[in-house]
Design a protein around this ligand. Structure first.
Ligand SMILES: *[C@@H]1O[C@H](CO)[C@@H](O)[C@H](O)[C@H]1NC(C)=O
Ligand SMILES: *[C@@H]1O[C@H](CO)[C@@H](O)[C@H](O)[C@H]1NC(C)=O
Length: 407
């Protein structure tokens, strides 16, 4: 074990936390190297020895997009194109700004499920199920609400207030794509033949360009959704599906992400999770979200998510963050900064400001799991044998016993 990392561990909890996991059957990361002409899963990997914390970092999500356009909305995306470290991780993020009554017009994200939370304003959202039902599921959202749009289904968002609105969206692909229905259907290059559109939309040719947008796609090879049914004893990919005829908009909704978690605990942080346990509609979608509150100097202690990559945006305050491989990559984040933590790698966050800090995280699993290293190593039940830990951490056994007595 590298002495430098060991010292770092001592500073934190008087025992080393610089243990690297072996999370993936393949490799820790594959930071996109856009200049290469060889493509692997989208992009070729940068030489791992040249990888820096900045490769996992994006700055600017605090900036409002310009909404003075025809639809009155603006999407700022953070995909693999903006954040090369996302390559191969199957997750990305976006900020969507809305002018009063602005809308994000009906579109699909062909390769991703989308999950969003409202930071400011009141938003109406909706999606349309696939043929033949083409059922429209809509919901009015307010600050702190979380809603999920199944992969590939046509969906939209609209600001139903007289002030600006903003949401943060998480997407279950590093490159989700977007197909705006009106642009694809009525603005293709070259144009789709008018007769085809007139027949497809069953209208007179003269009204075609301004007509219905309620066209459903057929996105998934399997089904639109599988809302978790907690009462079923049969488990499928985690949880059995609810009868689709009984599915309601509320199955895709979680309320309460505007509420600050209580940070008056030993570590000074609190994670509010929105996984399939809180939002049954996430079942089978491979995505979830969290709100992380930090008291001044509070930390979210070193931990791993065994089943998920995490992408985090700072909404308030200054947070230091890290990926600890056996090499430590740290970065100070401020409002609007985005950072990605590869699946299964040990990471932590610490509030380095004197005020409350807040981050919104998206995770590439409906049930990411968390293993807090200190708890798992020193607080297991029963205890891990002191000899084993003393050898592993190369310290006196008494130090291990002291640590174990604290957890
Ligand atoms: C979104 O906002 C950015 C930044 O203000 C601007 O450069 C871009 O043109 C806007 N996009 C649209 C579609 O209005
Ligand atoms: C986090 O905050 C919630 C809501 O205030 C509280 O119920 C919970 O006990 C807190 N968790 C921790 C670990 O402090």
């Amino acid at each position: 074990m590298a002495p430098r990392l060991f010292l770092f561990g001592l500073l934190l909890t008087s025992c080393s936390l610089a243990m690297a996991s072996d999370p993936s059957p393949l490799q820790d990361f594959c930071v996109a190297a856009p200049k290469s002409r060889v493509f692997v899963n989208g992009e070729v990997c940068k030489d791992p020895n040249l990888v820096r914390a900045d490769d996992f970092f994006f700055s600017g999500l605090h900036l409002m997009g310009d909404t003075s356009n025809a639809v009155g909305s603006n999407v700022t995306v953070v995909t693999v194109a903006q954040l090369p470290g996302l390559n191969t991780f199957g997750i990305s993020m976006a900020r969507i700004d809305f002018a009063p009554w602005g809308m994000n017009p009906p579109h699909t994200t062909p390769r991703a499920t989308e999950m969003l939370t409202v930071l400011e304003g009141r938003i109406e959202v909706g999606f349309v199920t696939s043929n033949p039902e083409n059922r429209l599921i809509t919901k009015g959202l307010q600050k702190g609400d979380v809603f999920v749009f199944p992969e590939g289904l046509v969906h939209f968002q609209r600001n139903v207030g007289n002030s600006n609105a903003v949401v943060i969206a998480a997407l279950s692909s590093q490159n989700p794509g977007a197909i705006t229905i009106a642009n694809a259907v009525f603005g293709s290059n070259p144009d789709i033949d008018e007769d085809i559109l007139a027949k497809a939309f069953q209208v007179d040719k003269n009204v075609v360009p301004s007509c219905s947008l309620a066209l459903a796609s057929d996105p998934s090879p399997l089904q639109d959704f599988c809302v978790a049914d907690p009462n079923s004893a049969v488990l499928v990919n985690g949880v059995a599906c609810k009868d689709p005829n009984l599915v309601q908009a509320n199955d895709f909704l979680f309320r309460g992400l505007q509420v600050m978690g209580d940070t008056s605990n030993e570590v000074g942080s609190n994670v509010t999770l929105v996984t399939v346990a809180q939002l049954p509609g996430l079942n089978t979608f491979g995505i979830s979200m969290a709100r992380i509150d930090f008291a001044p100097e509070g930390i979210n202690p070193p931990h791993t998510h065994p089943r998920a990559t995490e992408i985090l945006a700072v909404i308030k305050g200054w947070v230091v963050t890290s990926n600890t491989e056996n090499r430590l990559l740290t970065k100070v984040l401020e409002i609007g900064d985005v950072f990605v933590f590869p699946q299964g790698l040990i990471h932590f966050q610490r509030n380095v400001g004197h005020a409350h800090a807040l981050a919104i995280a998206a995770l590439s699993s409906q049930n990411p799991g968390a293993i807090t290293i200190a708890d798992a190593v020193f607080g297991s039940n029963p205890d891990i044998n002191g000899d084993i830990l003393a050898k592993a951490f190369q310290v006196d056994k008494n130090i291990i016993y002291q640590s174990q007595s604290k957890f």
